[in-house]
Design a protein around this ligand. Structure first.
Ligand SMILES: *Cc1c(COP(=O)(O)O)cnc(C)c1O
Length: 408
């Protein structure tokens, strides 16, 4: 959205950056211009692959000062810049780089930072595709990935060598919802001069902001809570402009860009992030408490329950504990567990989480179907495990639904 004087548009921002705005005010307004093309209150979808120049002089001026306009779709789109700034401000970071998916963000991040012979330290409960990308694909190129157990900081420290370039974790993790002590994690990175990255998809910037604890880079799959409506795929990296410059560059080279339509949906979804997270947090906690008290339930994993291993860290660092709840059914084989999944009426069966619609899955059948029993045991996925992604439905309806499914 450069110039466009004919529509009265200026790029004057609607809210000054660095003001003392609350989270939801930022979610609605941050990154957006005060006046937009044709005075519309929404940002347009710029459906364009390329951008044109008035004359050769305009090309020369662009080359001297690249930041004032766009050139080609793989390098940027005006609405993408709006949503990137909104995401940066929500996370409390200097800059954000948007990608076509969470995994595109993971791949771009790691690829832009390592070369053959370098090492990565990765927490073993990370998203299975992140582990696959690092171990299998980067392994082929001579990058070594050392996996360490979530919550074991001694093992993490011991895994760091002079060749370590990145320390990567998720927090909370999926499906065990382990919570990382971000201060300890960031301190380890600083001690050894290793860049730290947290995949904060499950937390969202509403529940925790890892940069405030000294973590270098935050990653989100925007497909989940940030988009919030199960209708888009996108990913983002947030941190300092210096740390993210190589990631922006590789995005433009490989073309891991989000489509203009996706960018529109993401900006729209972000506006209600706080409202949605308040309900996701409320539903997650209420369902976790209900399940923990139920005689048919063996164990519940939810960081907001005092019984969770990382409750103290979660309570200290998180505003809420999110909508994901994992539990084990008492004395049930995989068939009996599947029957409970099938009896639940509100959540549909499916992978993913973070949308307004609740979802349910049995990890052994869904996310871990390509693991054999031995591999599943190694990563802590028993047959009687169910993962619920609470949407924003009425809390009482969700609890009643699980009651009937467990007691039928
Ligand atoms: C879904 C997810 C990803 C991958 O994101 P996509 O948008 O599906 O590519 C990465 N990390 C976590 C924690 C996720 O939940």
């Amino acid at each position: 959205m450069s110039g466009s004087e004919s529509s009265g548009n200026t790029r004057k921002p609607h809210l000054d950056r660095g003001g003392r705005w609350g989270f939801s005010t930022l979610a609605v307004h941050a990154g957006e211009a005060h006046l937009k093309p044709e005075f519309a209150i929404t940002d347009p979808i710029f459906c364009t692959a390329t951008y044109t120049f008035a004359d050769s002089q305009a090309v020369l001026e662009y080359l001297q000062n690249r930041h004032t306009r766009e050139e080609y779709g793989r390098y940027g789109n005006p609405s993408e810049k709006v949503v990137e700034q909104k995401l940066a401000e929500l996370e409390g970071g200097e800059t954000a780089v948007l990608f076509s998916s969470g995994m595109a963000a993971v791949a771009a991040y790691v690829l832009s930072k390592v070369r053959a012979g370098d090492e990565i330290v990765l927490v073993d409960e990370c998203y299975h595709r992140t582990r696959q990308f690092c171990c299998e694909y980067l392994g082929r190129l001579g990058v070594v990935t050392r996996q360490v157990p979530a919550g074991n900081y001694e093992a993490m420290e011991a895994a760091i060598t002079p060749r370590t370039r990145l320390l990567i974790s998720e927090s909370p993790t999926n499906p065990h919802l382990s919570v990382i002590d971000l201060e300890r994690f960031a301190a380890l990175g600083r001690k050894y001069g290793v860049e730290t990255m947290i995949d904060s998809t499950i937390a969202t910037p509403y529940n925790v902001r890892p940069l405030e604890y000294g973590v270098d880079v935050v990653l989100h799959s925007c497909t989940k809570y940030l988009g919030g409506h199960n209708d888009l795929l996108a990913g983002v990296l947030i941190g300092s402009a210096e740390k993210l410059e190589p990631c922006r560059k590789i995005r433009g080279v490989i073309g891991l860009v989000a489509s203009p339509h996706t960018v529109y949906l993401l900006e729209r979804g972000l506006k209600t992030l706080q409202l949605r997270m308040e309900r996701h947090n409320q539903n997650g906690l209420a369902l976790a408490q209900f399940l923990e008290a139920h005689p048919r339930v063996e164990k519940v994993y939810y960081p907001g329950l005092p019984s969770h291993r990382d409750y103290a860290v979660a309570k200290r660092t998180m505003r809420g504990f999110g909508g994901l709840v994992t539990f084990l059914v008492k004395n049930a084989d995989w068939r009996e567990t599947a029957r409970i999944v099938d009896r639940v009426r509100i959540p549909r069966i499916g992978p993913s989480f973070g949308g307004v619609e609740s979802l349910i899955e049995q990890p052994m059948l869904m996310s871990y179907h390509d693991y054999d029993r031995e591999q599943r045991t190694a990563v802590g996925i028993p047959d009687n495990m169910i993962r619920v992604a609470c949407g924003i439905e009425d809390t009482a309806d969700l609890i009643e639904d699980f009651r009937q499914a467990l007691e039928a």
